[in-house]
Design a protein around this ligand. Structure first.
Ligand code: SAH
Length: 345
């Protein structure tokens, strides 16, 4: 059983040697408390009731980590007289760990069996809006669920802070699951989280996920490859537009182009591809909200987007697909702007 205490603003007296107490200190700090690490003799002195004001306990909680049994009894009885609760940290061998779980896009049904098992065993789950979070209470019963996509001020928790939380909870002995949208290693900053865990000496494992780069076009009936139409696919981030050399490369490599995070730069990317010589009639699909309520596919051409902008009202999350394979889209694809358009670059 794990008891979650609200340690924000609290002082926790951690008793034991510095090496053994490291993970407990990190856990206390991750929970917003202040850790006071002392050997047993000093802890006993600190807990002794003071005649001077301010009266009252010097700590809100004592965590016993290691030391001879006699010291433990001393610390216990001092804490009892000072009316401070005492708890024992799990043995050093009982280390926490971090598992990055690829949640797939949109719907919890796309989690792998390994991902579901990791959630079921989690003490703490850090999630954001891109991972399938609707059913977390059911999939991770008993886990503390932390939304790192938003804080009360609606700002995303900065990446470094997410890494600090992962490491802090794991060092405190928890099994931490970081639930990511799609696959953790596709534009998900998963590799940075792995590096942070390794740097802190925390065990970390990665459970792959179904990536939106392949699954979301698939949800619209668009295969990223098709014999005779496309023998390769290139996945890019459209977070910022490309330079001319990159457009030339993307057009030259042929096959299917899949753009993630490409809603805001859609017009610029279409224009760049046309400038690089792509046929303006090349089909382009925008698949919004894959595997989510309101999933929608819009079909147009690079030339139309280039001259008129993307289909109206397109919003993130969406995957953009450019290539002949778009012609294979399922019947629910809505053809937009199918008219021929003049020069756009
Ligand atoms: N690691 C993720 C991608 C993270 S980048 C993966 O492998 O899928 C975020 C981008 O993924 C979004 O901007 C969007 O382009 C795409 N995306 C993620 N989930 C999506 C969904 N349900 N529908 C459409 N696009 C999605």
């Amino acid at each position: 059983m794990r008891v979650d205490l609200d340690l924000a603003g609290r002082t926790v007296l951690v008793v034991g040697g510095p090496a053994a107490t490291r993970r407990v200190r990190a856990g206390v700090e991750a929970a917003g408390g202040t850790a006071l690490v002392l050997p047993a003799s000093e802890a006993v002195t600190l807990l002794r009731p003071s005649a001077e004001p301010p009266a009252g306990p010097a700590a809100d909680l004592v965590v016993w980590v290691e030391g001879p049994e006699r010291d433990r009894e001393l610390v216990r009885s001092s804490a009892r007289s000072a009316r401070v609760p005492v708890t024992t940290a799990p043995p050093a061998g009982d280390r926490g760990r971090v598992t990055l779980v690829g949640g797939g896009p949109g719907h919890a049904d796309l989690l792998t069996v390994a991902g579901r098992d990791a959630l079921a065993a989690a003490d703490v789950v850090l999630y954001d809006r891109l991972g399938p979070h609707d059913r977390l209470a059911e999939l991770a019963p008993g886990a503390e669920l932390v939304d790192v996509g938003k804080t009360p001020g609606h700002h995303a928790v900065p990446q470094r802070e997410i890494e600090r939380l992962l490491v802090g909870h794991a060092l405190a002995g928890a099994h931490v699951v970081r639930l990511k949208g799609g696959d953790p290693f596709v534009f998900g900053r998963g590799s940075e989280e792995v590096a942070a865990c390794r740097a802190a000496g925390v065990d970390v494992h990665v459970i792959p996920g179904v990536t939106s780069a392949v699954a979301v076009p698939g949800a619209a009936g668009i295969p990223v490859t098709h014999r005779g139409l496309s023998r390769s696919f290139t996945v890019v981030s459209g977070h910022v537009p490309f330079d001319e050399e990159e457009y030339a490369h993307l057009r030259g490599v042929g096959g299917t182009l899949v753009v993630l995070m490409g809603v805001n730069t859609l017009t610029q990317v279409a224009a760049g591809l046309v400038r690089a010589g792509m046929d303006a009639a090349m089909p382009l699909a925008v698949v919004e909200r894959g595997f989510l309520p309101g999933q929608r596919t819009r079909i147009t051409t690079v030339g139309a987007v280039c001259s008129r902008g993307g289909p109206p009202g397109v919003s993130s999350p969406a995957v953009v697909v450019v290539g002949e394979v778009v012609r294979l889209a399922g019947p629910d694809g809505v053809a937009e702007l199918a008219v021929a358009v003049g020069a756009c670059v």
